[in-house]
Write a protein that binds this ligand. Structure first.
Ligand SMILES: Nc1nc2c(ncn2[C@@H]2O[C@H](COP(=O)(O)OP(=O)(O)OP(=O)(O)O)[C@@H](O)[C@H]2O)c(=O)[nH]1
Ligand SMILES: [Mg+2]
Length: 182
């Protein structure tokens, strides 16, 4: 029996400095660095995941969060099967921006896609327990309103990171079945 390969595109978005690239790095390379190197534009990282009934290749598209990339970013929204929308749970300002990010994303999707946005809202840096400004309960409530799954993560300790990316593959499979780009 020949097992099919399914191809999906997952985009990682959210304000600058919230830890998007760190989450991707933790998942793909299992490392964490304290120094901040802003993503200039976009960083694409394909990865494969084996399931009992076949392989998923997921192109992880990590988009720089700086204002100056707003226009560029929206081009990479097209064709996405899954979105990971990240905020920093120690910076309320980043949580307050999430609805705007979601609306921009939804606008691009409505123009270009048949399907509504689906994915996860992610409260990162949950290891910094003393500095939490946004509770998990608030995060979960907003995720429910936006019809997204909710994850609490730490790129530093690895908490929730594997689950987040496996969820990206499994929900893409559930929604788009075999195929993706095929
Ligand atoms: N304590 C802690 N620090 C984190 C965590 N994730 C990221 N950081 C730190 O936060 C800073 C920003 O991380 P990045 O992953 O570069 O953030 P980004 O969202 O990709 O930023 P842009 O590319 O500019 O949009 C770095 O100094 C990281 O070390 C985390 O889970 N816990
Ligand atoms: Mg980055």
């Amino acid at each position: 029996m020949i097992l099919a390969v399914e191809l999906y595109k997952a985009i990682v978005i959210g304000p600058r400095n919230v830890g998007k690239s760190s989450l991707v790095r933790r998942y793909l390379e299992d490392i964490f660095t304290e120094t901040y190197n802003a993503t200039i534009g976009v960083d694409m990282k394909p990865t494969s995941m084996d399931f009992p009934d076949g392989t998923v290749v997921m192109n992880i598209v990590d988009l720089g969060g700086q204002e100056s990339f707003t226009l560029l970013r929206s081009r990479f929204y097209q064709g996405a099967h899954h979105v990971m929308l990240i905020y920093d749970c120690t910076e309320r300002e980043t949580f307050d921006q999430i609805v705007d990010w979601y609306e921009n994303l939804a606008l691009s999707f409505c123009e270009a896609e048949k399907n509504p946005v689906s994915g996860a809202l992610v409260g990162n840096k949950c290891d910094l327990k003393e500095n939490i400004e946004v509770s998990s309960q608030e995060g979960k409530q907003l995720a429910d309103v936006l019809c997204l799954d909710f994850y609490k993560t730490s790129a530093k300790t690895g908490e929730g990171v594997g689950e987040l990316f496996i969820n990206a593959a499994t929900t893409s499979r559930t929604r788009f079945g075999r195929g993706g780009y095929n």
